[in-house]
Design a protein around this ligand. Structure first.
Ligand code: NAP
Length: 247
């Protein structure tokens, strides 16, 4: 079926995606930065259902760690045929007056540079010009790229705008190399990420303002990612699926 790397798969959307892709038959690499126990648990769940999984600790913002992770995957499962760029961070909700260069750079290093580095290493393995067999990449962006997250985290929203531009540009750059590149833009999904912004109950606060009047589940995002990676989406590239309950 293929080998997929899901970055930030120890919890939330990445975890749900990793489990779904294992069910679809992929060998799945569970990347994480800190949560070893949670990542190992995802591996155990997949193996308990006769799937193949491996957890690898790597900070996607660190070039050497990303290169080492892809080399480890080469040795364990063979080169990746699919990549889900999912690991992302945000910090305490605030207006622009509170933003420091250090914070902005940390957000960009993970959410933008990290995505670029993983795309680079994946393309080196997938592209026909490098002897690869093609592949598929899904970049997890956010509805914030469209909405801007005013008063909450414009830095995060801007990083997701950059992810969308990466998706558009790279999709054209590698289309003739057998690689499809698409994006998903989740909206308000029940995960632990909102606690990083200082408001664990954020989805419940805003849900009545959404056209569908509810937040989303990580599994609903995972389904869209799995479809975009699959051959069912074989003529889809440079596209975006919004999973934001109509917002
Ligand atoms: P989450 O529950 O906070 O999980 C984040 C994951 O990313 C964790 O597995 C974390 O690993 C990992 N991670 C963070 N920094 C990393 C780094 N530098 N290197 C490697 N892994 C790192 O987040 P989520 O809500 O599932 O979000 C997943 C993606 O969806 C993100 O890109 C986010 O921006 C996007 N998104 C989420 C929502 C939402 O409502 N939840 C909405 C729109 C978009 P550790 O636990 O090991 O630190």
């Amino acid at each position: 079926m293929g080998v997929v790397l899901v970055t930030g798969a120890s919890r939330g959307i990445g975890r749900a995606t990793a489990i779904l892709l294992a069910q679809a038959g992929y060998k799945v690499v569970i990347n994480y930065q800190q949560s070893k126990q949670a990542a190992d648990e995802v591996v155990s769940i997949i193996r308990a259902h006769s799937g193949k999984a491996l957890a690898i600790k790597a900070d996607i913002a660190d070039e050497l760690q990303v290169m080492a992770m892809f080399a480890e995957i080469d040795n364990a499962f063979g080169p990746v045929t699919a990549l889900v760029n999912n690991a992302g961070i945000l910090f305490q909700q605030s207006t622009i007056e509170e933003l420091t260069a250090e914070r902005i750079n940390r957000v960009l290093a993970t959410n933008v540079t990290g995505y670029f580095l993983c795309c680079r290493e994946a393309v080196k393995r997938m592209a026909f010009r490098h002897g690869g067999k093609g592949g598929a990449i899904v970049n997890v962006s956010s509805a914030a790229a469209r909405l801007g997250a005013p008063g909450e985290y414009v830095d995060y929203a801007a990083s997701k705008g950059a992810v969308d531009t990466l998706t558009t540009g790279l999709s054209v750059e590698v289309a003739a190399q057998g690689i499809r590149v698409n994006g998903v833009r989740p909206g308000f999904i029940y995960t632990e990420m909102h606690a990083s912004g200082g408001e664990p109950g954020r989805v419940d606060r805003v849900k009545d303002l959404l056209p569908m009047k509810r937040g989303g589940q990580p599994e609903e995002v995972a389904q869209a990612i799995a479809w975009l990676l699959s051959d069912n989406a074989s003529y889809v590239t440079g596209s975006f699926l919004d999973l934001a309950g109509g917002k």
